[in-house]
Design a protein around this ligand. Structure first.
Ligand code: CA
Ligand code: CA
Ligand code: CA
Ligand code: CA
Length: 423
């Protein structure tokens, strides 16, 4: 079984000003929380409620799922540059135990994806350097190992989709050249596909940074959405029918989106139609010193209305770096939808309520202690208390994994009042 016991760390702002006294507090916490009892210490006033996970390489990807099937969510981080994945098993709420590093994912691994199919569910790793789509299994010691492998050229990002007669459809974006490959009836156990379609991407010199899947027209058939990072364009692949030609069409054509590498999918205004959230990684070309979340409201008939949600960031002149590194959205147990976006120096949480116009929705900030490159944020109820928590993959060399516990809207307010920052 995995050896390293870990830990749920609470941070107090007081650590910074009263090192000796709080060092003792810190040790007391650490001792308590590494006990196998999983004893949970509630944060007192002036403390951040979070877990830092000792994933010791820049984390480019995180998957949240119950890997060992014990009923509690676990976290699997992957480092593209560090060439490994590692699972953190949640033994009790907020108490994690680190599994061994899995170097079987090879050189420059991409994203780890969980897919459901007729034989069950599988973990798929885009093993870019190995030129394989690996089906991973969890070994007895908590390590992710390769159970089966399919030859696919330089896979970097994958997503699964549903098309009639396609079984498990897989969209695979390679590191190079700019293209996307669709696998029909992919079987992750026997690692075979009924057919493969390779689609070169025109109009971009850059490979895809992500693939989003959404049923935009509500016909139970997925659309495959491709953000063209530098060009402020979204492309789409629609199901062409049983005999039709599969092609890449334009979905949103103007450069007004700015640099967008990632799209989140949700019915943001609650009208039953799926909308798109495209965060600007940096301000649009020639634009002001500000980044926006592009909310593309789905009006039906393949039309969208663009609403720009301002992302509060410090201007460059004041030492800031405008831009959004990661974004996720979900509905919390208070019935309200939240959007969590990470910039270079703060997390920003937006609260959407039905009586507030989309152009003026309230937001709350939680700053970082130091400027940082975030690779991914996810909203999930990790500890199972019903409230969404924020899971973060950070680009640092040590403790790159982070969970900030909810209720996030209230906690962000308290943290702001206490002028607290995340480590
Ligand atoms: Ca588990
Ligand atoms: Ca559709
Ligand atoms: Ca909608
Ligand atoms: Ca929670």
């Amino acid at each position: 079984m995995p050896k390293t016991h870990y830990l749920n760390v609470k941070y107090g702002i007081g650590h910074l000003v009263l090192p000796l006294g709080l060092l003792l507090c810190w040790n007391a916490h650490a001792t308590l929380e590494t006990e196998p009892s999983g004893l949970e210490v509630s944060p007192g006033p002036g403390q951040l409620s979070l877990s830092e996970l000792p994933f010791n390489a820049p984390a480019s990807d995180v998957l949240v799922t119950d890997l060992d099937k014990d009923g509690r969510l676990d976290l699997a981080f992957t480092s593209h540059g560090g060439n490994f994945s590692q699972v953190f098993f949640q033994r009790d709420p907020r108490r994690f135990e680190s599994g061994p590093k899995s170097e079987a994912v090879g050189y420059h691994p991409g994203n780890l994806l969980e897919v459901r199919h007729e034989k069950g569910s599988s973990l798929l790793m885009s093993a870019e350097g190995a030129g394989r789509l690996y089906t991973l299994a969890l070994a007895e010691n908590g390590e992710l190992s390769v159970a089966a492998e399919a030859r696919v050229p330089f896979p970097r990002f994958t997503a699964s989709f549903r098309w009639p007669e396609w079984g498990l459809g897989m969209a695979v974006a390679p590191f190079s050249p700019p293209s996307v490959m669709l696998l029909k009836e992919y079987d992750p156990i026997d690692v075979k596909a009924a057919s493969r379609v390779n689609l070169p991407l025109k109009g971009t010199a850059f490979p895809l940074q992500s693939i989003a899947i959404a049923d935009l027209d509500g016909d139970d058939v997925d659309e495959i959405i491709l953000p063209f990072h530098q060009r402020g364009m979204l492309r789409v692949i629609r199901y062409p029918g049983p005999e039709g030609e599969i092609k890449v069409d334009s979905l949103w054509q103007t450069p007004s989106l700015g640099t967008v590498k990632h799209v989140a999918v949700a019915d943001v205004n609650g009208d039953g139609r799926v909308d798109l959230l495209a965060p600007q990684e940096s301000p649009k070309p020639g634009g002001i010193d500000k980044a926006f979340i592009n909310l593309l409201l789905n009006k039906g008939n393949r039309e969208f209305e663009l609403i720009e949600l301002e992302f509060p960031s410090k201007p460059r002149a004041e030492g800031g770096m405008p831009g959004i590194r990661g974004l996720d959205t979900a509905v919390d147990q208070d019935g309200k939808r939240y959007i969590l976006a990470a910039g270079y120096d703060a997390y920003v949480l937006y609260q959407l309520a039905s009586n507030v116009p989309l152009g003026s929705i309230p937001s709350r900030n939680l700053p970082f202690a130091a400027r940082e490159a975030i690779f991914e944020v996810l909203l999930k109820d990790v500890d199972g208390d019903g409230w969404l928590d924020a899971v973060v993959a950070r680009g640092r060399d040590e403790s790159a994994g982070l969970v900030i516990y909810g209720p996030l809207w209230d906690n962000f307010h308290e943290y702001a009042e206490g002028e607290m920052k995340t480590p």
